[in-house]
Design a protein around this ligand. Structure first.
Ligand code: ADP
Ligand code: MG
Length: 674
């Protein structure tokens, strides 16, 4: 018999073929299958007669299959119909393109169907229902995330076998953690997450498994944090950098000074800095980066600053150059659009140590560049990089210091999850004299008026952004066409002003040209996709109009809005949308009513759930299958994890727990123990 960690193919009723399908769901072992958490539960316990079923509602109806009609095709859709009777009335059961379901029904047999009911009194139908044989009537039946070829029924059957592999004694959670947090046992949790006794048992199961995910995540993070604490080859001297402060064109905010001090202290210790710099848009993160590059330079070390896009790399290059070159620091730029001849020259000078600071996109800096003594690595807009990349950043040199910069303010609780392996500095203060951005949400009916308002600003010498509909860097030809034709329309409406178009499918050099022209004021109105989302800094631009604003996440809107309000002019953000759903309105109300990125992030998470908020690819952490980011549970899990590691730093007394953390992080590509 298969045991808990056998490949799933050895499980009774699975085999090679189904194992391949399970692999598509990320399920390789029997144990993985147990973690295949239902996406919901169907209550089959109280089926009604079809005459009592209300149209358009999901309902459980019991019936005997009287007849299976032959397959039919309509508009390219394969229809499978079945006639059933509940003893009083006949009704039809209809499946679309779902032969599996149809084949599973036997004539003369009795089932409980669960699905949307439609039709009239004479002829009722139940559409694409799930169903169970009537004799298997259970209270709450799990509904699973599916893949083609694996039906609900098969998955339920396989999970039942998987549960029988679960030794009731198997549990990786330290006993005291279980009791302190009032958690049920692991086997009880698995039994009841899949086949709940009742609602109460289900909620106990959810609590236990959610806690486990957060707990294991924290255990892993704590290991990761420790792993990164090998000695650095770049312990620095606490040299003063007053000349930097004196030469930049503004007085740093208190928060900036504090962050610089924290970084400097880190860099003067034996252990490499491993710090996150978090701050709202416009809080001046680049100046902090520049200051510590200068500090590294004074200590005879090189720095690398990596940005997620070429536009940003070019902008940082210009900023850093303007701050640092007057102080005698040589800065270079490495991006895809630098000619290969030029690149070779730059690389040679870098390897000789002639440049102190290299700015570039991360691919360029990571892959092919040799430094003479790279002591500091900075990654900007870190949320696009993720934990895994964080680890590879330090691949060069002898454990350089690392600073990651994030412009996505996140609530502290989430920060602890995602950045549990880092120390955190927060810029919670904006530079003085910033005038708050006025934000309005309006419907498309007011587009003309909004355009006129933009024109008025342009006429006064300002510049403007319009973020256009449905296009982002990942959408291809169709979206592009929309962007282009939209830009053409805009050009017509804004006759007399120079209009530029920026989108993600342009070559790096084209983008840079457009951005440079916009910065220089040659382009007055920039129609753009979300490529301008992060970091772009044009102080003269004071109005941003966002089409289809409801399509963006709140944090993304906040980022976009952060492109304006950077100069001395009063700035505006106009959100256009025709989506008048209560949710859309609620969201836009939030963004219009506050400019605090942390508050917005909190609300955003509340509305969307954390999975959506970040998305696995962005933070690179193991995906949470069940845990919600409940801050109370999170801090309990974190405290328990800290206690556990404190009392048993190598988890020698908890081999199962260690294996569990290892498994989870390996799935995300991170080997935390080596
Ligand atoms: P972000 O934190 O969003 O990356 P930037 O570093 O791009 O912000 O800074 C935004 C703008 O504010 C830039 O034009 C920058 O020169 C300016 N700035 C930064 N710090 C200060 C400060 N202490 N006082 C005034 N302006 C500042
Ligand atoms: Mg920035």
């Amino acid at each position: 018999m298969a045991d808990l960690f056998s490949p799933v193919k050895y499980l009774k009723g699975v085999g090679e073929k189904r194992a391949e399908l399970y692999a598509k769901l990320g399920i390789y072992t029997v144990y993985d299958l147990l973690w295949h958490i239902p996406r919901g539960y169907v209550d089959y316990s109280n089926p009604v007669k079809i005459s009592q079923a209300e149209n358009d509602l999901r309902t459980a109806v019991e019936g005997v299959v009287k007849k299976k009609f032959p397959e039919a095709t309509a508009n390219g859709i394969k229809l499978y119909k079945v006639l059933a009777s509940d003893g009083e009335n006949d009704f039809k059961v209809v499946f679309f393109n779902n032969r599996y379901a149809y084949d599973a029904l036997g004539e003369g047999k009795s089932y409980i169907f669960y699905g949307k009911v439609s039709g009239n009194l004479l002829s009722k139908e139940i559409l694409s229902p799930t169903f169970i044989p009537a004799e298997q009537r259970e209270k709450l039946v799990p509904v699973y995330p599916l893949t083609a070829g694996l039906s609900e029924g098969i998955i339920r059957l396989n999970i039942k076998s998987a549960l029988s592999c679960l030794d009731g004694m198997y549990d990786y959670l330290p006993k005291e953690v279980q009791s302190e947090n009032l958690l049920c046992t692991l086997s009880y949790a698995f039994e009841n997450i899949h086949f709940p006794e009742d609602e109460r048992a289900l909620s106990l199961a959810k609590k236990r498994l959610s806690f486990d995910e957060l707990f294991i995540l924290q255990i892993g993070m704590l290991f990761l944090k420790r792993k990164n604490r090998s000695r650095t080859g770049f312990k620095m001297q606490r040299l003063e950098i007053d000349e930097f402060f004196d030469s930049i064109p503004f007085e740093l905010t208190g928060a900036q000074k504090r962050a610089i001090n924290e970084a400097v202290s880190d860099m003067c210790s034996e252990i490499p800095m491993n710090r996150l710099l978090q701050g709202d848009v416009g809080s001046g993160k680049t100046a902090v980066a520049a200051a510590i590059c200068y500090f590294a330079h004074k200590n005879g070390c090189q720095s690398a600053l990596m940005a997620p896009t070429e536009i940003l790399a070019a902008q940082h290059f210009n900023t850093l150059r303007s701050f640092l070159e007057p102080l005698g620091v040589n800065v270079c730029l490495l991006t895809g659009s630098v000619s290969s001849k030029e690149k070779e020259k730059i690389k040679k000078l870098l390897s000789q140590g002639d440049f102190s600071v290299a700015v570039g996109t991360q691919a360029l800096i990571q892959n092919s560049v040799e430094f003479k003594n790279l002591g500091l690595v900075i990654a900007d807009e870190q949320h696009r990089f993720g934990v895994m990349q964080r680890a590879t950043l330090s691949g060069k040199g002898e454990s350089p210091h690392r600073l990651v910069i994030s412009a996505t303010p996140i609530p502290r609780t989430l920060g602890l999850i995602i950045y549990g392996d880092l120390d955190i500095s927060v810029l919670d203060e904006l530079p003085k004299g910033r005038i708050p951005i006025e934000t309005y949400a309006v419907t498309g009916k007011l587009r003309e008026r909004a355009f006129n308002f933009v024109k008025k600003q342009l006429a006064e010498g300002r510049q403007a952004y319009i973020v256009c509909p449905m296009i982002d860097e990942n959408e291809f030809t169709e979206g592009l066409k929309a962007a282009k034709s939209y830009a053409e329309e805009i050009e017509k409406s804004f006759e007399g002003f120079s209009v530029g178009l920026l989108h993600g499918k342009m070559k790096g050099s084209e983008k840079e040209k457009i951005m440079a022209d916009f910065k220089a004021g040659k382009i007055r109105l920039l129609v753009s996709t979300t490529v301008i989302e992060v970091g772009v800094d044009v102080p003269n631009a004071n109005i941003m109009l966002i089409e289809n604003a409801d399509r963006f996440g709140l944090s993304q809107l906040h980022q976009l809005r952060g492109r304006v309000g950077r100069g001395s002019h009063k700035s505006y953000c106009v959100l256009l949308t025709d989506n008048l759903s209560a949710e859309a309105r609620e969201r836009l109300k939030i963004i219009a009513s506050t400019s605090d990125g942390f508050e917005i992030a909190k609300q955003d998470m509340k509305l969307r759930g954390c999975g959506d908020f970040f998305g696995e690819r962005q933070h690179g952490l193991p995906l949470l299958k069940i845990a919600e980011l409940d801050s109370e549970m999170l801090s309990q899990a974190r405290n328990s994890a800290i206690k556990t590691i404190k009392s048993d730093p190598e988890l020698l007394g908890h081999p199962k727990l260690k294996a569990e953390a290892e498994r989870l992080f390996k799935k995300a590509g991170e080997d935390i123990f080596n």
